[in-house]
Structure formats: C-alpha cells, structure tokens
Design a protein around this ligand. Structure first.
Ligand SMILES: [Mg+2]
Length: 271
C-alpha cells in the first residue's frame, strides 16, 4: 500500500530563524536552504533524518506556494542529488515532474483562471483601490499566477482583515496572511487539486497531509489524515476543521519534528 505524504514546506517542515521558536539549540539544526550566500531555512537534524528515511512505501510530495526558483533552493529536504519525483509549487498551479513543469496541468489551471477572471491584470486595480496605505511595502507577482504584498506587520490593521477577505472572496480570490506576506490566491489554484492529481498518478491509497496556513486547509481536508501546525495562521483562525485533522502539540520547528515522527509511525503501520 502506498502512502502519500503531501506536505507544505515553510513553517511546516522547514523554518527560518524568525519562525523556528526559542525551544531549540544550534546543534540540533541543519541548514536546508541557502539564499544569496546565507543560510535561510532549517530543519532539526532529527526531522531531516526522518524525512530522508521515510520508507519505501511512503511517497513524499512537497506542496508549496513557492515558485519554481524559490522551491529549487530548498535542497536539504532530499538526500544527495535526487529531488522528489513530483513537487507541487505555486500553490498547485504548477506540478514538477523530474524537475519539469507538467504543461497540460498548468494550461488547464490557466484556462480556469481566465474563465473566472481571476488573473493578475484584473486583481491589480482592486489592490490599488484598497491598499494605498503606507503599510504596503511591495506588491509582488508570482510567475503570473498570484500576487502577494510584502507588508509592515506593525502597521497592518489586523481588524480589517475580515473585511478584506470578504471583499476579495467576492472577486474569486482567497487571502492568506503569513508573516510579512499577504497572499491573493485565485480560488481555482489549490494545493488539494494538484495533490489529487499526483495521488492518481502514483496510485496512492492513503494520504497524510501537513500544513500551517489557510492555503493548506483544502489540502488537509482532502487527505485521510491531516496535521496542522499549532503556531500557524490556520490553527489561529476560528474556521472549523474536520475530525481527521489534528493540531500539533508543539510549536515552531518542534512541530515539524512532531509531524515527521507521526508520518514515520503511520508509514510503519501501513507497510
Ligand atoms: Mg506554510
């Protein structure tokens, strides 16, 4: 029986210095991503070893909102030179197979976005209308799929987030606030959709999913067993989740360790 372990990366399996928490010593850490010559993301050595030795019957699928270039920097999630066979990037708009985007998949997503008018050109004027405030540091476009604002969290009016969420939902965009980034994601770009495609491709019979943000919730809902990192946006959100989704007991990088320990257990049970 093949188990599919479909997991978000940032703040689920890998952590920056700011997000890892205090409960950790330098000796426990291993660098998994380097950017402009500097270490950027980490796992614990225990986590990395658990991920590398996940077992032959469990298939690891990274499922991230990172773009291809951002994903390719995270070399510490696999051992040696062989990255995972598949990776879901750009929140599900792109699936990499042996490092190459599957064209038919993205073409179909693109067409749906065009049909629903959830394309960046339609979104940008709305963003300008609502976000002229001084807390918007930058507006970034991710490979023509979605938009995120780099914001000044100290000045960001958290009490207006519900209003923004409702306003943009009417236009077909989902919002997700993660650290200094406020994402605007077309509702037809989902992690769950891409995961289901891979599930069929590899013939998996059981799916374990892990994540931390609102963009991960559809992935966890579609899985047989879901783990939600307790420190994340989604766990703090009041939205109810199904009974097969558990919150981690730990926070920060130790939540990542807990998730991988649980995956190892499930993997053993289902062999
Ligand atoms: Mg995340």
């Amino acid at each position: 029986m093949t188990v599919l372990f479909a997991s978000d990366l940032d703040q689920t399996l890998i952590y920056s210095c700011n997000s890892m928490g205090m409960d950790i010593t330098e000796e426990e850490l291993v660098e998994v991503e380097r950017y402009e010559g500097k270490p950027l993301s980490f796992m614990t050595k225990k986590s990395q070893s658990a991920l590398w030795n996940i077992g032959d019957s469990t298939f690891f699928l990274p499922v991230t909102t990172r773009t291809q270039a951002q994903y390719e920097r995270v070399t510490g999630i696999f051992e040696g030179q062989q990255p995972p066979r598949f990776a879901v990037i750009s929140n599900g708009a792109v699936i990499l197979e042996n490092g190459q985007p599957i064209k038919e998949w993205s073409d179909q997503i693109r067409q749906t976005c065009i049909d629903r008018k959830t394309v960046i050109n339609e979104l940008l004027p709305e963003i300008e209308r609502h976000f002229s405030e001084d807390w918007v540091v930058k507006v970034r476009e991710a490979d023509d799929w979605f938009v995120y604002l780099i914001i000044d969290r100290a000045r960001f009016p958290e009490d207006k987030l519900d209003f923004y969420t409702t306003t943009f939902k009417k236009l077909g965009w989902g919002l997700s606030l993660q650290g200094r980034k406020l994402y605007f994601m077309p509702e037809s770009i989902t992690k769950a959709g891409a995961m289901e495609y891979i599930k069929k491709r590899i013939g998996a019979s059981y799916v374990v999913a892990a994540g931390d943000s609102l963009l991960d919730l559809d992935l966890l809902e579609s899985a047989d067993y879901g783990m939600l990192a307790s420190h994340g946006e989604a766990a703090k959100n009041a939205a109810p989740t199904s009974a097969h989704i558990r919150k981690t007991e730990n926070y920060g990088i130790k939540a990542g360790e807990e998730i991988l320990a649980r995956v190892a257990e499930i993997s053993l049970q289902r062999q």
